[in-house]
Design a protein around this ligand. Structure first.
Ligand SMILES: [Mg+2]
Length: 148
């Protein structure tokens, strides 16, 4: 089976964490970029339109995870977000899921679980993109006066 890498953006104010987590994901065959703040994450997303999934720390100075999630969903609605929770932030992660996050992961996370969630999130994005493509094609055909 050919595995297509998931294009991931890891966002955390802890630079060591971003570095280690990214290295590990890259070893597992994923395509990884990193950012150390919500603002930086939005800049990376603006520059690179191939990102499938953002792994987003909740507790960050400045724009926190929830604010960043809201901006990501506003600007890039199809990009999936997985919240990253430390101690005592599971409730916030659940709130994040109510406003569009796909799921959450506990820190430190198990890489089997991470890989499974990344692939599932990427799949949801791909399915949604496919539904949109089909709907657009149908809409074009209708405009052409044909029945589908
Ligand atoms: Mg943090």
């Amino acid at each position: 089976m050919v595995r297509i890498p998931v294009s991931v953006l890891v966002v955390d104010d802890e630079k060591d964490f971003v570095e280690m987590f990214s290295l590990r994901l890259a070893e597992l065959g994923q395509k990884v970029r990193g950012a150390h703040s919500g603002r930086e994450a939005l800049e990376v997303l603006k520059k690179h339109d191939d990102i499938d999934v953002v792994v987003l720390d909740i507790k960050m100075p400045g724009m926190d995870g929830i604010e960043t999630l809201q901006e990501i969903k506003k600007r890039h609605p199809l990009v999936e977000v997985i919240m990253l929770t430390g101690h005592g932030t599971v409730n916030t992660a659940v709130e994040g899921m109510k406003i569009g996050a796909y799921d959450y992961l506990n820190k430190p996370a198990d890489f089997m679980e991470i890989t499974a969630k990344l692939e599932a999130a990427r799949q949801r994005k791909a399915d949604q993109e496919e539904r949109i493509r089909k709907a657009e094609a149908r809409s074009l055909m209708r405009r052409g006066g044909e029945l589908y």
